[in-house]
Design a protein around this ligand. Structure first.
Ligand SMILES: [Zn+2]
Length: 274
């Protein structure tokens, strides 16, 4: 009997204690503000198959005033672009600031890797020897990534329209070994579908010729990735006001087509493919 009494008494005490305890109110942070995390280079996005994606990719940065002028035009037009930087071009504090400004401008601009030396050997572009020495070529790209703090594993080979990613390689045989090694290290090598060529130090094609090139290429279907067009040019070609104006007109005309979307190369299908 005494055992039963004790047990009942204990149960009563517990239930009373439960009734008396106040429920813990949920924590509410009155002044908390939800801030979306800033996008980081390389964060994937979903592409819309009804659009035509245009990737403006400018090589050999920093080459002011061309780099700063091109940036200004892109900014004014509200379009994204990718700059392929070369470490050996970054000489002195002004050019360092230009590179810093590209790195810090994401998601508007993306900075990617175009090698440290631009395949220069003894002061001159020497593509055949650079690619023949595959070990030192890979070291050159890694040095550029480290020294310029390039945040993405996207490379353009100097002087060659080569492509590589996930074991698939396309391009001149001379670059094959370097492509294989960079691919095995997880890099994506991006070439180009069309180029705004240079005639000495200025753009070779007129604005109308370039717009036609863009539309013809999309319509032909012969782009490396479907509905995506990589355009190569160089910062230095647009330094003079007359050519900055050409660049601006080229973009304005393309923007009138509602299918066209300007993106950075971290949002290119080959780059986003895991
Ligand atoms: Zn180059």
């Amino acid at each position: 009997m005494s055992i039963i009494k004790t047990t009942i008494g204990l149960i009563t005490i517990i239930s009373l204690a439960a009734c008396n305890s106040k429920p813990t109110p949920p924590t509410v942070k009155k002044d908390s503000i939800i801030v979306a995390a800033a996008p980081k280079p390389g964060d994937p996005i979903k592409l819309d198959s009804s659009k035509r994606y245009i990737y403006l990719t400018w090589d050999d940065s920093p080459q002011p005033p061309g780099t700063t002028v091109s940036k200004g035009v892109f900014h004014q037009q509200g379009v994204k672009a990718t700059f392929f930087v070369v470490g050996s071009n970054q000489v002195g504090p002004f050019k360092t600031r230009v590179v810093d400004s590209l790195r810090n401008a994401y998601p508007e601009f993306l900075m990617a890797n175009h090698s440290y030396s631009h395949a220069k050997i003894n002061g001159k572009d020497n593509y055949s020897l650079f690619y023949k020495r595959a070990d030192s070529a890979v070291v050159d790209f890694l040095k550029n990534e480290k020294e310029l703090n390039v945040g993405v594993k996207i490379i353009r080979l100097p002087g060659n329209n080569s492509w590589a990613g996930k074991g698939k390689i396309q391009g001149p045989k001379s670059t094959l070994e370097v492509c294989k090694r960079l691919d095995s290290l997880g890099y994506k090598i991006i070439g180009w579908d069309i180029e705004w060529n240079q005639n000495k130090t200025v753009p070779k094609e007129s604005v109308d010729e370039m717009v036609k090139k863009v539309n013809d290429k999309f319509e032909s279907g012969y782009t490396f990735e479907q509905n995506c067009l990589v355009i190569l040019s160089h910062d230095r070609l647009f330094a003079k006001p007359q050519y900055a104006d050409s660049l601006s007109k080229f973009i304005s005309i393309l923007k009138k087509d509602p299918r066209n979307v300007f993106e950075t190369l971290d949002h290119y299908p080959l780059v986003m493919r895991k």
